[in-house]
Write a protein that binds this ligand. Structure first.
Ligand SMILES: Nc1ncnc2c1ncn2[C@@H]1O[C@H](COP(=O)(O)OP(=O)(O)O)[C@@H](O)[C@H]1O
Ligand SMILES: [Mg+2]
Length: 220
């Protein structure tokens, strides 16, 4: 993957009232680039990441991944796209409490039907890259917020996707671990040559990224 191009993207939720979350959004993201999506609560950050991640179908517009419009993919193709090309990181970590740290990180690779030897090797590599080797047999509930977020980053990187999307990844972290996690996330994505897109209003993150895109709060 070299380039993500977003053209005239609209997300309009049609519930009891109609909400325009994104209005004619345009942007381009390159491989090996770290971009923050900033904007107040309700400005459409999560909606935008969900569209890029293939989790939400936009109302209109195009999302071109190396020229292929993912808004036109069939359900089966979308499953594959999400599994192979996208890693998602959330504010509340989204780990499975009943699974050990090893199992949490292995899960995306099990779903992708990777061989056991390959999975073992990759989990160990990720544990080391994120400096969480000592937790391999532990369960998420025994970890601090910062440690859980490290595991969540490992899960997102597991299948070696080109696109990493992080939705307010420091929202539930204290100041000290916030800095650590962001440094580690950016370092890992740069080293592995990923496109990293972070939705945030954390000023520390804005300072660290290559570029900030500001979403206005739409008033209507
Ligand atoms: N599933 C949904 N149904 C209806 N409205 C939604 C839904 N998700 C988000 N919205 C609305 O869309 C707007 C943008 O939300 P969101 O993308 O979550 O913004 P942010 O992540 O920047 O807070 C908000 O007004 C929100 O209430
Ligand atoms: Mg959000």
């Amino acid at each position: 993957m070299e380039k993500i191009i977003i053209e005239s993207l609209y997300v309009i939720y049609k519930e009891i009232v109609e909400t325009v979350a994104l209005e004619n959004f345009n942007a381009q993201f390159d491989r090996n680039e770290v971009v923050a999506i900033a904007g107040p609560s309700g400005s459409g950050k999560t909606s935008l990441l969900s569209c890029i991640g293939g989790v939400l179908k936009p109302t209109s517009g195009r999302i071109l991944i190396d020229g292929h419009d993912i808004t036109k993919l069939s359900d089966d193709e979308l499953v594959k796209y999400r599994r192979d090309q996208v890693g998602l990181i959330y504010q509340d970590f989204n780990l499975i409490d009943e699974f050990s740290i090893f199992e949490n990180i292995a899960l995306p690779m099990l779903i992708a039907k990777k061989a056991k030897s390959e999975i073992d090797e990759r989990v160990n590599e990720l544990l080391e890259a994120l400096d969480i080797q000592r937790y391999v047999k532990t369960f998420p509930n025994y970890l601090s917020g910062g440690e859980k977020q490290r595991v969540a980053i490992a899960v997102a990187l597991a299948n070696n996707p080109d696109i990493i999307l992080a939705d307010e990844p420091t929202g539930n972290l204290d100041l000290a671990s916030r800095e650590n996690i962001i440094n580690s996330l950016i370092k890992n994505c740069k080293e592995l040559n990923k496109a990293l897109i972070i939705a945030t209003h954390d000023p520390f993150i804005m300072e660290k990224v290559d570029r900030v895109i500001n979403l206005p709060k739409l008033i209507r």
